[in-house]
Design a protein around this ligand. Sequence first.
Ligand SMILES: [Zn+2]
Length: 328
Amino acid sequence: MPKTAPSRIELEKHFGVVCISLPTPFPVGPVKVFLVKHDPPILIDTGLNSEESYGILSERLAEHGLKLNDLGAVLVTHGHRDHVGLLGRLMRETKADSYGHPLVRTLGRDADNYPQARKEFYLGILEEFGVPSEIKEEANSFYEKFRTFSEPFDLAHVLEDGEQALGYTAYHVPGHSPSDTLLTQPELGITFVGDHILPGTNPNPTLQQPEPGQSRSKSLVLYQRSLARTRELDLGICLPGHGEPFEDHVAVVDRILERQERRGRQVMKLMKSGKRTPYEISRGLFPDLPAQHIHLGLSIAVGHMEAQEECGEAHCCHVDGILQYQPL
Ligand SMILES: [Zn+2]
């Protein structure tokens, strides 16, 4: 077995794992899904619901003498569309079983209503976070385009925190998304980490649509709690949804925490210079972010503003319906 993070060739040779890169239009770049050549074969994550992803996935399986219908199961790391987009189609067209966090099941079942509810939430957030109307309109047109990247699905099995299936143990580590799950295969000494920890980049604590009657959860605060837990787990070789495999996950967690600390200081500085709304802060952090990706900047800004509030460095209030933070 390799001593350092394995190359793709080593990954296949030592672990029977084939990494398949699928395109996305998102700033994070291609998504990695994994074929595990068990008997029957398993797919970890699916890529977006697009003909291009479907075609590449079929071709890459064919290179290993497999058809999509040979898959015994699909396991998913979280409910973002670059990871579950094709799940509905695979469930329809193949006999594969499916596993994921209960929140992914809810998301798949609600997908018919979800785009409308999500859109209303998204537009409400843009309003509340002080985004100017011309940016809102542009962001909305891209939103319409992106929503086709997933379709309804029904997970056959759910994996709660600590549960095992097919030789994998699931650890629920919310923050980047509410359903983030680490899938550890202790026998092989590998873990599919999804987007929970990524090498060289900070996973975005994406804004979460609250359950009816509940308040929005603080994604970055939640994420930092999950990172503290992940740091203590034995994960072995980590296979992320974006970027290359890595071995020392503690070092990756520490680098993420360091970058978050720096970003937190930057946000405090912007607040002290008079920037108040999530939009103003996000523009201070990312002046050139295109309108189509504005929600990514907003989630980082709000995440840090909430984290500063949590540790007593800032407080928030609404002025004419717009969320504002003040340093203390
Ligand atoms: Zn992703």
